[in-house]
Write a protein that binds this ligand. Sequence first.
Ligand SMILES: NC(=O)c1ccc[n+]([C@@H]2O[C@H](COP(=O)([O-])OP(=O)(O)OC[C@H]3O[C@@H](n4cnc5c(N)ncnc54)[C@H](OP(=O)(O)O)[C@@H]3O)[C@@H](O)[C@H]2O)c1
Length: 252
Amino acid sequence: MALPNTMRRILLAAIPDGKPKPSDFRMEDAPTPACPADGVLVRTAWLSVDPYLRGRIAGKRTYVDPIPVGEVMVSGAVGEVVESRFSKFAVGDFVSGMWGWQEYAALPAKGLLQLDPEQAPVSTALGILGMPGMTAYFGFLELCQPKAGETVVVSGAAGAVGSAVGQIAKIKGCRVVGVAGSQEKIDFVRSLGFDEAFNYRTDKPYSETLRRLCPNGIDCYFDNVGGEVNGRGDRRDERVRANRAMRADCDV
Ligand SMILES: NC(=O)c1ccc[n+]([C@@H]2O[C@H](COP(=O)([O-])OP(=O)(O)OC[C@H]3O[C@@H](n4cnc5c(N)ncnc54)[C@H](OP(=O)(O)O)[C@@H]3O)[C@@H](O)[C@H]2O)c1
C-alpha cells in the first residue's frame, strides 16, 4: 500500500503551568519520513502517556533532558513495520520502542523490541508486559518480598502499576488494601480482587482509615503517588507506617 506523503504529529507547544491542558500541545502536518538505512519505518499503533512525561515537559532536566518546546512529544510506543532495511524486521512485524507522537516514525533497528501478537495484544507491551508491569512485578516481588497472609497497602491502586501490584499480591496470598481517588476507581480495584479499598479524598483522616482497615498493621506499602497522600508537606502526621515500603512515584 502506498504511504501518504504527509502525516500528523503532536508537538509540545508550551511548558505547562500546573496541570497540562490541550493548548500546551499542537498538531501539525509534516512530510512522512523515509525508511533509514539499517532501520525501519513504522506506522504508530499505540502511544503511552505515562506519569514520567510530566517531568519531561517541565522545561528542565530531570534524570533525562526535557522535551523542548516546538519539538515532537516522545514516549513509549508500539507500531507496525511498513518498510524495512534491516534483516531482523519484516513488513507487518510489530515492534515497541520510544519514538515521537507521530503517525509514522523512521527508526534505527537498535532499541526496538519485536512483539509477538500471538502471545498477547501488542498494546500490552506498553502496559502489563511493559514498563508498568515490570515496575509492579519486580518492585513488589523483589523489593517488598511479600509473604502469604501479610497486609499490603497500594496507593494509586487503580493505576497501571497499582492495579498490577494488587493482583500480584492476591496471587501471593496477601490481604490487599487499595487507595484511590474516586468511587469508580474503588469499585474497579474491588472488582480486581482487592480485599479493601478506600477513597483518600473522602475517607479521612487517612491515618485513621488505614488503622481501621489494617488492624494488624501494614507489612508492605507500595507507593505510587508520593506527595500529600504520604504525609509529606503539611500532613506529616498522616505518614504511612509500614514494615517494608517501595516507592515507585516520581513525585512531580
Ligand atoms: N521507576 C519506574 O521505572 C517506574 C515505572 C513506571 C511507573 N513508575 C511510577 O509509578 C507510579 C504509578 O505509575 P502508573 O503508570 O501506574 O500511573 P497512572 O496509571 O497514571 O496512575 C497514577 C494515579 O495516581 C493518582 N494520583 C495522581 N496524583 C495524585 C496525588 N497528588 N495524590 C494521590 N494520588 C494521586 C491518580 O489516581 P487517583 O485518582 O486514585 O488519585 C492517578 O490515576 C508513578 O509515580 C510513576 O512515575 C515508575
